[in-house]
Design a protein around this ligand. Structure first.
Ligand code: MG
Length: 181
């Protein structure tokens, strides 16, 4: 005998007043070009002085990519790689704020606003702490929200694995949306 699953108050995306989204990104870090493949170290739209930088097709900003994926995830859309394929030459060296703005446009077109966004950057070098306020202000500006809506935390990987050995940067991000009106 089969039983039907219990009915929930929100039965589908069209009725939900709140939507949560998760984004994750990782970029390999390498010596800066021309000695290696690393790009200037962009994080949250801020350039940070560093001897190694992320490898990627766009500007390789792992934080903005995770923010983009969290926004897209919250509205059930495909991820950044499907919307902006790295096989597309138009995205070569692309400023990743373009991806965030497109994700935000899709969120707003569905009638949602951002309640809050919380991200964790995992990176051995460079130290993110001194740039935290600038990064938060930059992301808040891109999203058109108060800085209190955005939080960015940073930690190391305790010297363990690729991230801990300084060979990669990793970002986790969650965002909560609420239907407006
Ligand atoms: Mg990425």
């Amino acid at each position: 005998m089969t039983t039907n699953p219990p009915k929930h108050p929100n039965t589908g995306p069209s009725e939900a007043r709140l939507r949560i989204g998760h984004g994750y990104d990782l970029h390999r870090l390498d010596e800066l070009a021309p000695n290696g493949q690393g790009r200037p170290f962009m994080l949250g739209g801020i350039q940070i002085p560093a001897s190694r930088g992320p490898v990627g097709h766009s500007d390789a900003d792992a934080l903005l990519h995770a923010v983009t994926d969290a926004l897209l995830g919250a509205i059930g859309e495909p991820d950044i790689g499907q919307l902006f394929p790295d096989s597309d030459p138009r995205h070569e060296s692309q400023d990743s704020s373009v991806f965030v703005k497109e994700a935000l446009r899709r969120v707003m077109s569905r009638g949602f606003g951002i309640v809050n966004l919380d991200a964790t950057v995992v990176c051995e070098h460079p130290k993110i702490g001194p740039h935290r306020e600038a990064i938060i202000a930059k992301i808040a500006g891109l999203l058109g929200v108060d800085t209190g809506v955005v939080n960015v935390k940073a930690k190391t990987h305790e010297g363990v694995d690729a991230v801990g050995e300084g060979r990669a940067i990793e970002v986790h991000c969650v965002v909560l949306l609420a239907a407006e009106g």
